[in-house]
Design a protein. Structure first.
Length: 164
């Protein structure tokens, strides 16, 4: 009565392959549903009474409400209004509501009206709301997450390094 449509399946589109699909090469529908059913884990939360000295690294999301003295690396990093971070922050998405003393690196960086940042921001896109406090420099890079930056950049072509 019903047949499975090939429109939304990955792979070659209808009419682009010389060979017709055979039952042993088609992927069963159950495999796709099982892979899609795996839920994304919730964000890790560091509560306001927590004080951490050391670096944090995760591939997931993290919400900081307490104090961190060290570098942080995450996928999505949210700095709560009462939070203070002293160290480098690096994430795909960075949302600062609290205080950061140190460099901020992110593909998307957002400083809300309650943000207080003392340090450089290296970003691909940035949004700074009215009322945010920021002291430092801002630099746009296509890949701000990579460790290469102005200090490790190669000299311009045709200009040799000056040696004393």
């Amino acid at each position: 009565m019903f047949s499975k449509s090939k429109i939304n399946e990955p792979g070659p589109k209808a009419g682009t392959s010389d060979k017709p699909a055979t039952p042993d090469t088609a992927k069963p529908a159950g495999d796709f549903q099982a892979a899609a059913a795996k839920p994304k884990p919730p964000a890790s939360v560091l509560s306001s009474d927590l004080h951490i000295k050391g670096n944090l690294k995760t591939t997931g999301d993290i919400l900081i409400e307490g104090q961190v003295e060290g570098d942080i690396r995450a996928h999505l990093l949210t700095v709560g209004e009462g939070a203070t971070i002293k160290g480098e922050v690096m994430a795909d998405d960075v949302v600062v509501n609290g205080r950061v003393v140190g460099r901020v690196r992110g593909l998307k960086v957002r400083l809300t009206s309650s943000a207080r940042v003392e340090g450089d921001i290296i970003h691909k896109t940035i949004a700074i709301e009215s009322g945010a406090h920021f002291e430092g420099s801002v630099q746009r890079q296509d890949d701000p997450i990579s460790k290469t930056g102005p200090a490790t950049a190669k000299p311009a072509a045709g200009k040799p390094d000056a040696k004393a």
